[in-house]
Ligand binder design. Sequence first.
Ligand SMILES: *[C@@H]1O[C@H](CO)[C@@H](O)[C@H](O)[C@H]1NC(C)=O
Ligand SMILES: *[C@@H]1O[C@H](CO)[C@@H](O)[C@H](O)[C@H]1NC(C)=O
Ligand SMILES: [Zn+2]
Length: 434
Amino acid sequence: MAQLLVLVFGIVGLWTQVDCLANNKYDDYSLVRIYPANETQVEAVNRFQDHEDTIEVLKGSRGINDSLDLLVAPNRINYARQFADENNLGFEVKQQEYGRTFKSVERVPRRRVLRSFSIYDYNSFSAIQEYLETVARRRPELVTLQILGNSYQGRRVKLAKISTNPNAGNPIIFIDAGIHAREWVAPAMALYLIHRLTNDPDARQNELNGVDWYILPVVNPDGYEFTRSSKANRLWRKTRSKSNGNCYGVDGNRNYGFKWAVSGVSNNPCDRETYAGPQPFSEPETQMVRNVMLENAKRLKLYVSVHSYGQYLVYPWGYTGDYIPKEWKKLDSLARSVSDAVQRAGGKPFRVMSAGKWYPAAGGSDDYAFGAVGVPYSYTMELTDGYEFVFPERLLKVVLPQFYEGFRVFGAQIKKEFKNSRVPRDSDTNDNED
Ligand SMILES: *[C@@H]1O[C@H](CO)[C@@H](O)[C@H](O)[C@H]1NC(C)=O
Ligand SMILES: *[C@@H]1O[C@H](CO)[C@@H](O)[C@H](O)[C@H]1NC(C)=O
Ligand SMILES: [Zn+2]
């Protein structure tokens, strides 16, 4: 098996190198934005489909004036324009030759990884792993790493558990990032959270006082490394598993086992965006996140899945726009407080709403946490706006501290609402019964 893996990686490595030299198919694509002006039009833009499969939907619209973003092959611009004209929609070619704007990833030699590590860079998966090990070594009283398992290609996935007292039965905040490979700002945010929570003296007094933070910075490391392997792969979204046929990957955020595949998914393994997988939890990556939730179900009070882009903060349900949970006001008002804090720190406010309002999509981790595990606060956070998936590295310094202020509001609420409702460990319960 090990030999087979070495062989497979060898071939993949070789192929990737060849691929680097190949043209990036997005070089000639245009980024197009289509704007709905009323609710009927919002529904219309989210029904947009390209049967020739040479237009990729990067982002749907979640409201009036919120754009549908498309990546369009040169010979299909007219098709997109016609769709806009027929529906009286605003149409903008935001950027031509879109793929040419992608920067190549600097390959840092392995032994230089630590010296050159910066929390404000887009780091390789191995540099991220080394950072986690370093933090756990330097702050053993605060950080433990739990190995959750291996990704499809065998990368070891580690959860950082940050706690001033792991045995206290504190409420848990669980944050994951990077289920979607191309959303690089999300793992960067997760690492920044770990950095602040473990280095900022203020965090021990506040965010970590009576609340434990579990942070999983890269849920889909195979996909993440794939997007780093060449410019042509920069916009990969899914995992890298292979089942039948010749296509790779599953959309991890359509793969969770709650109302699986009832809406907003593709059943086609070759669909680049929303293939839900052969069955719920077909992917080792989503199984690992599920296991963290189930193992900590009683103490888990807040779950945030960090994504990009669009500057949305959305809550269940994602699978339908027909209902919202009866607790929606709590979900909504906490999200608005988070957004306000980010805005006070100089950031852009989030657009807050239920995830399925404009385009229902089933099998997301937020619905699973809320609906199947019973986590009282559950969100999907779409970071940044205006740069699509290729958020400039130089701006991480600006936005990560702003978003952190939002996470502090999350922490304060969980502390206020749940700090004194400690869940006794099983052994404690037995002692009491004796
Ligand atoms: C939509 O955008 C246009 C032009 O930017 C603006 O005039 C209009 O007020 C916006 N409408 C809403 C509902 O935001
Ligand atoms: C929405 O806008 C389109 C285009 O301007 C218009 O034709 C349509 O009547 C509007 N619908 C509603 C419900 O306002
Ligand atoms: Zn995403």
